[in-house]
Design a protein around this ligand. Sequence first.
Ligand code: ADP
Length: 270
Amino acid sequence: TRPVRLSVQLYHYGGGRLLLLSRDVTAVEQAEAMRRDFVANVSHEIRTPLTVLAGFVETLQTLELAADERDSYLTLMAQQSMRMQSLVSDLLMLSRLEGSPAPSVDTWSSVPTLMRQLEQDARALTAVVNLNEQQVHALDFHCAFEGEIAGVATELHSAMGNLVSNAIRYTPPGGHIGVSFRQLPDGQAEFEVVDAGPGIAPEHIPRLTERFYRVDRSRSRETGGTGLGLAIVKHVAQRHGAHLAIESKLGQGARFRITFPATRLRATHQ
Ligand code: ADP
């Protein structure tokens, strides 16, 4: 059983006749509440970096600062602007994904090329994330599928890249991150990212793909997260007939897998 909200209208005809119309408006109200939450979340996410930026601008305008102090303010301001840029580009990507029909199966992307690009991006990101650290992440990329995958290359790259960047952002320096693409015995293919990060408690796992859902808000922000990454991954997976699975235990790392159907794959070397 679930609570239901009904909209009831009563019409009175001549001759004592009554017409009662009732409509279940639960879904409409839920959609409206979700939309309100979403707008409130977006406004909050944009307001925070804007407030910080405005504060720094005011400081620069009113105080006579030494050159190195001014530079450190400018660096912080650049970080806040970048945060807003990522947020807006993730929002645009989500709205495009939600508003356009699923892509046709006529664009094929080379899986080894995709994996090479992901590895390059990951190495660049670990270098930035670990700039002040003694150790860098141990990245292990493995492509066991010499073939192509059908879909929109930019979407696939973005979804897979989000999983890899999450692994890097949530795993402490020096931790191991394994990324692989392989074909399963039943013909499906699996893109997998395994990390040695803090892991995720079971009660959070089903909600991770909700927009702006974060287990630890400050950790996500600190590492440049928008809270939209996994929502994007889930949408892209769905549009490609694929499935996102998340497995984790608190303190034991996490494993994210996107499983693609055999119909989306073709081998290039027989
Ligand atoms: P964010 O930008 O906050 O990382 P995501 O949608 O990508 O947003 O992820 C949602 C939340 O899921 C994160 O805030 C974090 O709490 C959790 N999460 C995602 N990936 C990992 C991971 N590899 N290890 C631990 N927690 C993760």
